[in-house]
Structures are given as structure tokens and as C-alpha cells.
Design a binder for this molecule. Structure first.
Ligand code: PEP
Ligand code: MN
Length: 281
């Protein structure tokens, strides 16, 4: 009997049975590794970026995040510091010795973002920006691809396929909540997507409970649930002072809360590693 090759040929477990493991500056993402990406939603100034970077590093984050080009719903909201922000993120990453990730929102600014960061993020709103996906496919840096807020799992994998078909196999997928009829939370976290993606694809899948809920008090329990479900890691927004954040303060953890989350994750890590090993077989 022949196995049917799914539409997403390169991203599929049929084409590659073993988990993809991506290595960036000594940090491994995928397989048995648990990645924790943390940092502010937006890079605001040097003090904010450096103090948040120090805090998340001390607590055990493995990758530092910070947005410099912000895709905001309102044109009047803070749009990001752009290249100046990327310089601060690079400086912070070097200071705390962590790889960095930042979002790229257009093909025009791809080269600039690529120059400064270790991993490029394609956000939910651009998951099906095909020219951007094709440009990402020509990069030699890993791409963090977030699920569109109305995208099916298959559409997410097809978006990854766009990048892979251009030659870049280093993709990290991210479940960040989808739009449903529920409005109590910002989005609805679809944890079953983690199980589906682990079944369908060899690519690492991480979970972002910050954008999924919009509520800081829900991050810790859902982050733990994501790890237990088999996610290869998390993306969590952390701000040294969320009350004054220029973007996504209500869903940002204070450094103390992030520290508590990391202690929980440490306990779950062994459990997760065993689970990932079993599932990778
Ligand atoms: C982000 O991670 O800063 C972001 C904008 O996320 P999303 O694309 O998932 O909304
Ligand atoms: Mn955000």
C-alpha cells in the first residue's frame, strides 16, 4: 500500500519522520527541547529592553523577543521603533547572550530585520502574505510562523510549505489563538492544534498564550497546559512594568510572574521530554 503524500509535501511527517531540530546560537528548538521565547511585545527604549532581557534570561528564557515593526489594528497606535528598535534588541541579545526574534511585516523591510535578528517572525496577520513567505524562503535564518487568526491547521502548514518550497526548511510554527464567537479572551487558544501538528508535521510547534488570551492571569495555567500537551515551547510577553507598556500590557507578565512560570515549566520539562521522546518514535 502506498502512503498518500499530503498537500504540504515538505512540512509533512510523511516526507520526514523525525522531528526537525533547529539550532540558533547554541539553542536547540524542536525534538526533545523546550524553548521559551520571552520579552516585550514592542521594543520601547533601551532601559525597557535591557532590563526585561536581563530578567527573562535570569529566569531561564532561551530566546529573546521584541517587536520593532508592529502590525497594529489602529494606525494611531504605537507602530514600533523600527531599525532603532532592532539595534536595541541586538544589543540586549548580546548582553544576555540569547538569540533574538522580531517580526517582519513586509518584503521591503525584510533585509533590515534579517540583518539584526537571529530568527524572523511572520505574524498572524501575514500568515498568508505570499510574497513575504517566498522571501522568507530565501533567507538562511529560521522563521517563526504564527497561525493566522482565521487560518485552519492545513492553511498554516501550507504557509510553511511556501517557505520550504523556496529552500528554507528552518520553520517554527506557533499556535497563538484563533478567532471564535467568544470575546472574553482576545482569541481562543486551540491546544488541539499542537497535537494535530505533531501528528501531521515534523516542524516544531510552540504556543503563545499571551496573544491567545490577552490576559496575563491566564498565561501561567495555559502555558503549563501547552507544555503538557506536547508543545515544543512557548512565546510569552514579559515587560518590566506592564502598566506602562506601549503595546499589549494587559497580556504581559511581570518578571516575577515569569519567574514563577519558569519554575513550573522546569518541573514539567522532564515530563514533556519523556512525552516528546515517546511521540517522536
Ligand atoms: C506578536 O507576537 O507580537 C504579534 C503581533 O503576534 P500575532 O501575530 O500572533 O498577533
Ligand atoms: Mn503583542
Amino acid at each position: 500500500m502506498t502512503t498518500t503524500i499530503p498537500k504540504f509535501k515538505l512540512a509533512s511527517r510523511v516526507s520526514q519522520e523525525e522531528d526537525t531540530i533547529i539550532t540558533v546560537k547554541g539553542q536547540h528548538i524542536g525534538g526533545p527541547h523546550t524553548t521559551v521565547i520571552a520579552g516585550p511585545c514592542a521594543i520601547e527604549n533601551e532601559y525597557q529592553m535591557l532590563s526585561t532581557a536581563r530578567a527573562v534570561k535570569t529566569s531561564g528564557a532561551t530566546i529573546l523577543r521584541g517587536g520593532a515593526y508592529k502590525p497594529r489594528t489602529s494606525p494611531y497606535s504605537f507602530q514600533g521603533l523600527e531599525e532603532e528598535g532592532l539595534e536595541l534588541l541586538k544589543k540586549a541579545g548580546e548582553l544576555v547572550d540569547l538569540p533574538t526574534v522580531s517580526e517582519v511585516i513586509s518584503t521591503e523591510t525584510f533585509d533590515i530585520v534579517e540583518k539584526y535578528v537571529d530568527i524572523l517572525q511572520i505574524g498572524a496577520r501575514n500568515m498568508q502574505n505570499f510574497p513575504l513567505l517566498k522571501r522568507a524562503g530565501k533567507s538562511n535564518k529560521p522563521i517563526l510562523l504564527k497561525r493566522g487568526m482565521s487560518a485552519t491547521i492545513e492553511e498554516l502548514l501550507m504557509a510553511a510549505e511556501y517557505i520550504m518550497s523556496e529552500g528554507n526548511m528552518q520553520i517554527i510554527l506557533c499556535e497563538r489563538g484563533i478567532r471564535t464567537f467568544e470575546t472574553y479572551t482576545r482569541n481562543t487558544l486551540d491546544l488541539s492544534a499542537v497535537l494535530a501538528i505533531r501528528e501531521l508535521s515534523h516542524l516544531p510547534i510552540i504556543v503563545d498564550p499571551s496573544h491567545a488570551t490577552g490576559r496575563h492571569e491566564m498565561i501561567r495555567p495555559l502555558a503549563k497546559a501547552a507544555i503538557i500537551t506536547g508543545a515544543h515551547g512557548l512565546m510569552v510577553e514579559v515587560h518590566y512594568q506592564p502598566e506602562i507598556a506601549l503595546c499589549d500590557g494587559p497580556q504581559s507578565l511581570k518578571p516575577e510572574a515569569f519567574e514563577l512560570l519558569m519554575r513550573d515549566i522546569e518541573h514539567l520539562r522532564d515530563f514533556n521530554t519523556q512525552m516528546l521522546n515517546i511521540k517522536s518514535k
